[in-house]
Design a protein around this ligand. Sequence first.
Ligand code: ADE
Length: 357
Amino acid sequence: MPTERWLSAEHRSPEEQQQALSLRPTRLSEYIGQRDLVERLRIAIEAARGRGEAMEHTLLHGPPGLGKTTLAHVIAQEMGSALHLTSGPALTRGTDLVAALTRIQPNDVLFIDEIHRMPVAVEEFIYPAMEDRRIDVAVDTGLHARTVTIHLKPFTLIGATTRAGLLSAPLRSRFGLTHHLQYYPSADLLTILERSRGLLEITAEGGALGAISERSRGTPRIANRLLRRVRDYAQVRAGGSITQRVVDEALALEGVDGEGLDGLDRAYLKTIAGTYRGGPVGLEALAATMGDDAGTLEDVVEPYLLQRGFLARTRRGRMLTPDACAYLGVEFKPGSVGEGNAASVLFEEEADGVEAE
Ligand code: ADE
């Protein structure tokens, strides 16, 4: 089972990234949804600008496709400064970070995507950079070994991660602002789709965009991608008009069902239902059965299923909920894997606290 999938919130290609860029809001006033976060940022930006300082270091976490990179662009724009983009895996050595930080002009923004994948050796450099705006670089070896301190211009580090839990406590504590991005309610996705529809200069009949928003898994990146697929389908198969029926047909062709779930989501749920009789099952066992990567399942598939109430994560493993069983059309009695069945195990786990997301 390939992990690359159509509904994934990851960008699929540089072209898609480019198209997404053109739909991206550039100012906070254009940003739809995440109202608490937008308000916190508005205050932080205005305060920093008023003092002529860089905005506080900010950590954004949450599932992919919810707008972390977009917000970094917006923040830089609102600060009137430049944005420098890099990622945890791209910073392989301390010198990569030194290079990125020494390019920075006063009050610029450095965005580090997937900051949880930054090597420990690089993390050591980032602490004094964040706290005291300096980096200590070791030069020479042996008898001549010494440390040279490089002083940096004031800057804002924006870290983005899908896995806040993997960040070390010292790193996490150095961010002045930390925010978890939530999935977008359908109403916000609809507003985003209406904005995109206008920017793409396409027309859609009443209800059509609503049907797309319902199937976008709370994720603007998916909503915009579905809109472009529906636009293509309408153009080629339906004389250009986007109606609810066209949305249904276009998305059915792509394997997206009425819940917005795709083949990988369904395979995931069916594996628990079939092989593991509803669970509980450990993530690694599940990934091995599906021939997929545990990290991908955890980052990309599970968050929405948890949010949708199709999946419960308990200390003994993943389990289907009654809603998931109803969705799959299987009976919720499941699984005597080990002791008990899914219903009774779920009940027990609730009694002693289902593991928090
Ligand atoms: N495009 C993608 N995400 C958006 C958002 N949150 N607001 C406006 N347009 C968007």
